[in-house]
Design a protein around this ligand. Structure first.
Ligand SMILES: C[S@@+](CC[C@H](N)C(=O)[O-])C[C@H]1O[C@@H](n2cnc3c(N)ncnc32)[C@H](O)[C@@H]1O
Length: 373
C-alpha cells in the first residue's frame, strides 16, 4: 500500500503544524493588517512567527530580528505584546518597518491622507521638476506626472513617511511592466501583450493617480486595524545598517529571523523604484548573499564569513538564556558551521513545507527551522 501523504511528510521530518496549506492559511490571512502595506519578496508569514515565539520563546519580553526585511517579526511581536527591534541594511525596508510599527494619532493620519488626496484631485498634469532617466524609462508621461506631483506634496505633512510608502506601492504598480512580472521586470513593456495572469490582452499601465488613491485608503484601513490588535505598551525600534557592525543594543531574550541566502534575491533591487523616487541611500554592496554576487565557492565563503560576523554581533546583544530561531532553506547545509563559528550551539532543527498543497509536486519548497543558544 502506498504511504499516505502525512506519512511521507513524517519521513522527511516535517513539522505539519507549521506546514499550512493554502486553504488553512489563505493569502488574506497571511497578509492581514499592516503586513500588506507594500509587497516584499522573501518575507515570512506572521503565523509562523507567532508559532515560533510561542513554541521557543514563551518567556521572551524583547525580541530582535537582525535581518528584519519588511518587519514581520516586529509586527507579530507587537501583536503579542512584546518589544521588538529590527535591523536591516536596506533603507526602504527600514522605512516600511517604521511605518508599520509606529503609533499614530489616527485622526491626524486620516485628515492628512484625505487632504493629500484632495490636492491630487486638483492636479493639472504638469509634472513638478524633471523626471530622472529611470522614471522616464519606466513610467508613462501621465503616471510620471502624478507620481512626481504626489512626491512634491508629502513634505507638507507630519505623516510624510506613510505617504512615501503609499507612493512607493503606487510606483510599483504603475511601472510599464506586464501584470505577471512585477517582481523583477527587466525591460519596460511599451506595447499591449498577452497576459498569462488575466488570460487576455492587456496594456501597460499609463496612470498612477488611481493607485495612489486606492493605496492611501487601504493603508489607513490597515494601520487602523493593526492599532486595535497591537499590545498597548509594546514598542518597536528600527535600526538601519549592516548587522555585522551595528550597535543593536542589549538585553534581548530572543531572536526570530530569516537571513538572506546566497544567490536568491537582491533586496535593494526588488524596490528599485522606491530608491529612485524617494532618493533613499543605496547600500546594496553590503547585502549578504545578494543574488548579484552569484553562488561561486568564493561567494559562498564570503557569505559564511559575513553570517559568522553578523551572528557574533547578535550574540553579544543577548541575555545568557536567550534563544535564536532561524528560518532558512539551508540547502547547502552551511548553518551548523556558521553558528558554531559564531559561538552558538544548535539545540534543534526541523523542517516545514512552504505552501503545502495536495499531492507531492516537483519544485516543492522546504524551510529549515534552527533553534540555537
Ligand atoms: C529574507 S529577508 C528577511 C525577511 C523578513 N523575515 C520579513 O518577513 O520581511 C533578509 C533581509 O536581510 C537584509 N540584509 C542583507 N544583508 C544584510 C546586512 N549585512 N545587514 C542587515 N541586513 C541585511 C536584506 O535587506 C533583507 O531584507
Amino acid at each position: 500500500m502506498a504511504p499516505t501523504q502525512d506519512a511521507l511528510y513524517r519521513e522527511l521530518d516535517l513539522d505539519l503544524d507549521l506546514s499550512w496549506s493554502e486553504r488553512d492559511l489563505p493569502e488574506r490571512v497571511r497578509t492581514k493588517h499592516v503586513h500588506r502595506l507594500h509587497p516584499y519578496l522573501g518575507k515570512f508569514v506572521p503565523q509562523l512567527v507567532e508559532a515560533l515565539l510561542a513554541r521557543h520563546l514563551p518567556r521572551a519580553r524583547r525580541v530582535l530580528d537582525p535581518f528584519a526585511g519588511s518587519g514581520t517579526t516586529l509586527v507579530q511581536a507587537l501583536e503579542d505584546g512584546l518589544d521588538a527591534t529590527g535591523a536591516d541594511v536596506a533603507a526602504f525596508n527600514c522605512l516600511l518597518m517604521e511605518v508599520k510599527t509606529r503609533r499614530y494619532n489616527l485622526f491626524t493620519l486620516e485628515r492628512e491622507l484625505r487632504d493629500v488626496l484632495g490636492r491630487l484631485e486638483t492636479f493639472d498634469g504638469e509634472p513638478p521638476g524633471g523626471p530622472s532617466a529611470y522614471v522616464r524609462e519606466w513610467y508613462a508621461p501621465r503616471a510620471t506626472a502624478e507620481l512626481l506631483f504626489f512626491r512634491s506634496l508629502v513634505e507638507d505633512y507630519e505623516h510624510a513617511d506613510v505617504m512615501r510608502v503609499v507612493l512607493a506601492r503606487a510606483a510599483r504598480s504603475a511601472r510599464r511592466t506586464t501584470h505577471f512580472d512585477l517582481d523583477f521586470p527587466r525591460t519596460p513593456q511599451l506595447e499591449e501583450y498577452w497576459c498569462h495572469k488575466h488570460r487576455r490582452t492587456c496594456r501597460p499601465i499609463d496612470r498612477a493617480g488611481h493607485f495612489l488613491r486606492r493605496y492611501a485608503l487601504d493603508t489607513l484601513a490597515r494601520i487602523r486595524e493593526f492599532s486595535r490588535v497591537r499590545g498597548r505598551d509594546a514598542v518597536a525600534g528600527v535600526i538601519h545598517g549592516d548587522v555585522r557592525e551595528l550597535e543593536v543594543g542589549e538585553g534581548f531574550d530572543g531572536v526570530v529571523t530569516s537571513p538572506p541566502y546566497p544567490g536568491l534575491i537582491d533586496y535593494h533591487e526588488q524596490h528599485r523604484y522606491a530608491y529612485e523616487l524617494l532618493g533613499l541611500e543605496d547600500r546594496r554592496e553590503l547585502e549578504l548573499g545578494a543574488a548579484a554576487g552569484g553562488t561561486s565557492a568564493a561567494a559562498i565563503a564570503a557569505y559564511a564569513d559575513g553570517m559568522v560576523a553578523a551572528f557574533e554581533n547578535v550574540r553579544a546583544a543577548l541575555t545568557p538564556r536567550a534563544r535564536v530561531v532561524i528560518v532558512i532553506n539551508d540547502r547547502r547545509d552551511l548553518y551548523p558551521e556558521i553558528l558554531e563559528r559564531a559561538g552558538l550551539a544548535v539545540e534543534t532543527r526541523y523542517r516545514r513545507h512552504v505552501n503545502r498543497r495536495t499531492g507531492r509536486r516537483a519544485g516543492e519548497f522546504f524551510e529549515d527551522i534552527i533553534v540555537a543558544r
